[in-house]
Design a protein around this ligand. Sequence first.
Ligand SMILES: *Cc1c(COP(=O)(O)O)cnc(C)c1O
Length: 219
Amino acid sequence: MSISENLLRIKNNLPENVHLVAVSKTKPVEDLMEAYHAGQRIFGENKIQEMTEKWEQMPKDIQWHMIGHVQTNKVKYMAPYVNLIHGVDSLKLLIEINKQAKKWRRVIPCLLQVYIATEETKFGLAHDELLQLIHSDEFKALENIKIVGLMGMASFTDNNDKIRSEFQSLKDIFNYVKPYQLNNCHFEHLSMGMSGDYQIAIECGSTIVRIGSSIFGSR
Ligand SMILES: *Cc1c(COP(=O)(O)O)cnc(C)c1O
């Protein structure tokens, strides 16, 4: 199956309220353009330099989502154009995003990454760290970022029950923080689900799925 066939098959089976991020990391611009011509406008990358090179070369009606772990010293390269940063997991990083966004007179939408897996390697905030962050005075003072939801990754496992319970725990945290609203904080999106587990994620309330290999092939 071609990239465009893969894309349309997945897209046509998503509920209307679920957004599709086509995860194009490591793939060449030609592959992204095939998805673009099939109608895809949201692309996800996990390296800032690679995303910036693609942003420079590709049509300007594309929305670029940073889905990887972000290093503070690289935020400046994506600040002019990035549409959503999924993996924010510290106040320090938010302060830097806010500073760079201000230079461009932008408000940059972000998702807070929550740790739901049992694996050591996954980044993210614990539930209490999340609450601490959004209730801190330093956070409340940030005017050039906007938290629009949460992001999480389930453990890499074949055990669907485990995946489901991890996604469900993120949905529970989401429901818990949802009523909490500030000028820079409005929880409406839940980014969870990749090629192997997005159907479970949608059943657990995902509104943004990040799908790479099922569209572009293995990396
Ligand atoms: C690579 C990646 C994806 C997509 O993974 P696939 O299994 O190829 O769909 C989703 N989210 C994050 C954070 C990723 O790094």
